[in-house]
Design a protein around this ligand. Sequence first.
Ligand SMILES: C[S@@+](CC[C@H](N)C(=O)[O-])C[C@H]1O[C@@H](n2cnc3c(N)ncnc32)[C@H](O)[C@@H]1O
Length: 248
Amino acid sequence: MERSRNRAGPTAGARTAVVWTLLRQELDRQAGRSLTVLDIGGGTGGFAVPLAEAGHEVTVIDASPDALAALTRRAADAGVAARVRAVQGDGDALAGLTEPGEADLVLCHAVLEVVEDPAGVVAALATALRPGGAASVLVAGRAAAVLGRAMNGHLDQAGALLADPDGRAGPRDNLRRRFDADGAAALLGAADLRVEQIHGVRVLADLLPAAVADGDPQALVDLELAVAARPPYRDIAAQLHLFARRAS
Ligand SMILES: C[S@@+](CC[C@H](N)C(=O)[O-])C[C@H]1O[C@@H](n2cnc3c(N)ncnc32)[C@H](O)[C@@H]1O
């Protein structure tokens, strides 16, 4: 993957650099066009506001009024309130909140692990895309969670996570499911989205002592970008990023 310096995105730290790199490639591909972007579960606008600052029209759909209030303030502070629309709604009801074919780009980051019906959400986001439009989907990785639980001494939870078809560590797990790369790709494929690229996000960032990460943040970003597309590193990332496209 391309190295990050001044390229990955507006505020690309190690936790977001890989995703911004993929988004930047798509924005470059559409050079000059103001895109219609849907950000499902977009929260406080970590992606939405920079995209609006870059000239795109962004609708954030999120279940949390507090997150949307923060988004609205952030957009106003950045001078892009006119290009950011906040819609309170449940991802599971996405089909009723969007128009078919309205979006050039859909972001669905850290949401499929918490909704009731991920296949339904993916089908709705695919419908919201125009033919040829792109989807940026970020999901929690199962392998990182198994390794993390085991390294913290919770061998029972690690075993449960490994065995559970949904990648859940039991009823008290705060996520409903986690994904392997194949499973996430199959979920998108079932909605007729063609997966173009899969990357690991936070392969290393969560594993390093803070002093190392803080000591040379750019070195960490560069290393994250270098390993992101390469199994086995990709597959042990805290999150998996899938970049997919609706057929033209
Ligand atoms: C972990 S945050 C991710 C925020 C943002 N997408 C990002 O990656 O920085 C998850 C977001 O999804 C929202 N959310 C959770 N469940 C949801 C649901 N069922 N429908 C819509 N949004 C939901 C939360 O309010 C929160 O803003």
